[in-house]
Write a protein of this length. Structure first.
Length: 294
């Protein structure tokens, strides 16, 4: 009877979960720890996919993400150093229907993660108490939800970005990967600060323009869609005047530059590529090739 009850609880938790994440681990650098990490991949995947991350009703839809974890070191029996790639996507719509196209929303490589893990340990979400293992995951799940909600509703992801910011604020600054860093390198604290900074609100409003009023309208109202997407790039150009090296923009272009180069191939004003080069010189080659039709 208890087994049946537990199974029902498990089903209900999966039904209420809003994120579906595919977790993969790589332990080639520390093969001696393979036995101790035998269940780690499944433990993390279960933790993400069985948690209810939001009180918002997504109508049964799930935000799709991936997490690839590269173990790079171990000390003792339960302390590890790792790097992680975190990615998420969102479907592009045609009217009220999903198309086959997907838009990348988050693509981040975090090379600083230290945590303790014991095989079979229960993983709990607790936003009020720092845990180097689960808070790392929570931070990125909140970012993923924030960007996803922002793409459907203007500033709709605010509560999730604030939760991510709370996590970095309460983390001990001495913990590797949780330092109060600078914009010269990737840093969770700086990214959360950038996202929630009122100066960058035009970027977040443009994120909604680009996706909901842009990509989702491209097949049915291309003129309106391109107008809104161009406005987003102009928003970025304007905000970057006061924050030219902002981590938010660098992260955005690392995620979106291929899509940006491709999506404007159907736009009749080729000067858009010069605008893109102006705000994202790091990927100028991709924009130049797209402008030439290559």
């Amino acid at each position: 009877m208890l087994r049946i009850f537990a199974f029902i609880l498990l089903l209900s938790s999966y039904a209420s979960a809003q994120i579906e994440c595919d977790v993969t681990i790589n332990i080639q650098s520390i093969p001696v720890a393979s036995d101790r990490l035998q269940t780690f991949e499944q433990d993390i995947e279960n933790y993400i996919n069985s948690s209810k991350w939001s009180t918002d009703d997504l109508g049964g839809e799930k935000v799709k993400c991936t997490m690839t974890i590269f173990f790079v070191g171990a000390s003792g029996d339960n302390s590890y150093q790792a790097q992680a790639f975190i990615g998420s996507i969102r479907p592009v719509y045609v009217g009220n229907q999903k198309s086959d196209k997907k838009s990348p929303m988050v693509r981040i490589f975090d090379d600083k993660w230290e945590f303790s893990y014991t095989r079979g340990q229960p993983l709990y979400r607790n936003d009020a108490q720092f845990d180097a293992l689960t808070d790392f995951i929570d931070y990125y799940m909140y970012l993923i939800l924030g960007f996803d909600f922002d793409s459907y509703e203007k500033l709709g992801g605010t509560q999730y970005f604030l939760k991510a910011q709370t996590l970095v604020n309460q983390a001990p600054s001495g913990n590797k990967g949780w330092e109060r860093g600078t914009v010269t390198t990737y840093n969770k604290y700086v990214l959360a600060e950038d996202i929630t900074n009122p100066k960058n609100q035009p970027f977040r409003e443009g994120w909604y323009l680009y996706h909901y009023k842009g990509l989702d309208l491209l097949a049915t109202k291309p003129e309106t869609a391109y107008k809104n997407m161009v406005q987003f790039i102009k928003n970025i150009a304007e905000v970057k005047k006061t924050s030219p090296r902002g981590l938010l923009f660098r992260t955005f272009f690392e995620t979106k530059y291929e899509e940006l180069a491709d999506v404007f191939r159907g736009y009749n004003d080729r000067s858009i590529y010069q605008l893109l080069i102006g705000v994202d010189q790091a990927h100028s080659n991709a924009y130049e090739q797209a402008a030439k039709g290559e």
